[in-house]
Ligand binder design. Structure first.
Ligand code: FES
Length: 148
C-alpha cells in the first residue's frame, strides 16, 4: 500500500507526538546539543529516560554542549540510584579524552592516569590534578539531570 505524502507526514507527526519526540528540537538543535536534551535557564537538561546507560548505578555517557566545557566532552556518571556526577572528560595531564568509567576508575588512554569515579581524584599516573567537576543536579520527580 502506497501512502500519500500528506498521510506519511500526518503519521510521522502523530508518532512524534505520542513518543514525545520534539521535531524542532531534534531537527534544528541537534547540532548544538545532542539527542533531545532541552535547555533551561542556559543549562542543558537531560531526560534520563532517553539514556539507557544512565538507568543503572555505574552507568555513564559522554556528551558535548556548546555552552559548557568549551564544547569539549563531559563525562556524566550515575553513582547510585539518586546520585550523579559530571566531569570534564579531558585528562588533566595533557588534555586527552578519558575513557568511560569501569570498576570505579576512569582511565586516560594516553599515559594511563587513573581517576576515581566517585570524586575525580587521581589514583595514579602522570596527572596531578583531579578531573574538573561540573555541576549535575538530579530531579528525581521529573527524572531529569541539569548539567552546568
Ligand atoms: S594525557 Fe592523560 S595521562 Fe597523559
Amino acid at each position: 500500500m502506497e501512502l500519500s505524502f500528506d498521510t506519511q507526514r500526518r503519521n510521522f507527526l502523530a508518532t512524534s507526538a505520542k513518543t514525545g519526540v520534539c521535531i524542532a528540537c531534534c531537527g534544528l538543535i541537534s547540532t548544538i546539543i545532542s539527542a533531545c536534551d532541552t535547555v533551561d535557564d542556559g543549562e542543558p537538561v537531560i531526560n534520563l529516560g532517553d539514556y539507557p546507560e544512565l538507568q543503572r548505578p555505574g552507568g555513564a555517557i559522554k556528551k558535548r554542549y556548546s555552552r559548557l566545557n568549551n564544547s569539549e566532552p563531559i563525562l556524566i556518571i550515575r553513582r547510585s540510584e539518586s546520585q550523579f556526577v559530571a566531569y570534564s572528560a579531558l585528562c588533566t595531564h595533557k588534555g586527552v579524552e578519558v575513557k568511560l568509567p569501569k570498576d570505579g576508575e576512569i582511565v586516560c588512554p594516553n599515559h594511563g592516569s587513573r581517576f576515581r569515579t566517585k570524586d575525580g581524584t587521581v589514583i595514579e599516573g602522570k596527572a596531578i590534578e583531579p578531573l574538573q567537576q561540573i555541576s549535575a543536579t538530579y530531579d528525581a520527580a521529573k527524572n531529569i539531570l541539569r548539567i552546568g
